[in-house]
Design a protein around this ligand. Structure first.
Ligand code: COA
Length: 156
């Protein structure tokens, strides 16, 4: 088992994972985002990792911040393929992301999600990983669901 940085040849695989767990619309958005992320100069930092077991990707996710953001990170696409869920892989990758954010001396990690039923696992997962619900914006997403923001504060 190892955690390594994203390689360009992982992108197809990760977009397929997002298609599997979140659907085609999110897969399209992720493909665009991950391509943009290859153009590093718009970011203050951008890091994306995969957790591999026997050369198979069992979790993927990262974080980023734009040039003029304060000392915070935004959680990027974070996904565990359906067949590997509830085996602790998400938790392991999150632990790595949190330790990287601490090394960068960031104050908090911000995660954006939804109050839709489809995102229940994400909300539970974030709370289990010491994120706290910080804000809700009603009728935010195109389907009328609310945006729910979670933060995990990091000691400096
Ligand atoms: C959310 C997600 C990343 C969790 O990954 P995972 O590897 O299955 O999570 P873990 O096995 O590390 O679970 C850690 C804890 O999170 C909570 N959790 C995870 N999935 C859950 C679910 N479906 N329902 C309720 N709680 C859940 C549990 O407390 C779990 O601990 P437990 O298994 O001991 O009860 C995964 O379900 C996923 O990819 N979902 C779709 C994509 C998504 O919503 N991404 C946004 C994530 S912020």
């Amino acid at each position: 088992m190892r955690i390594r940085k994203l390689r360009e040849d992982d992108i197809g695989n990760i977009v397929a994972m997002i298609h599997d767990v979140m659907g085609p619309d999110d897969a399209k958005k992720a493909l665009q985002d991950i391509r943009i992320s290859l153009d590093k100069h718009i970011y203050k930092f951008e890091e994306f990792y995969v957790l591999e077991v026997d050369s198979e990707i069992v979790a993927a996710g990262g974080f980023w911040s734009l040039k003029y953001d304060p000392d915070i990170a935004r959680l990027d696409w974070f996904v565990v393929p359906r067949k590997h869920q509830r085996r602790g892989f998400g938790r392991m990758l999150m632990k790595h992301i949190v330790s990287r954010a601490k090394m960068l001396k960031l104050r908090l990690i911000l995660a954006e999600t939804s109050d839709g039923q489809q995102y229940k696992a994400a909300r539970e997962f974030l709370m289990k990983n010491s994120f706290k619900k910080a804000a809700v914006i009603k009728n935010y997403w195109n389907d009328g669901s609310s945006a729910v923001y979670f933060i995990r504060r990091l000691k400096k």
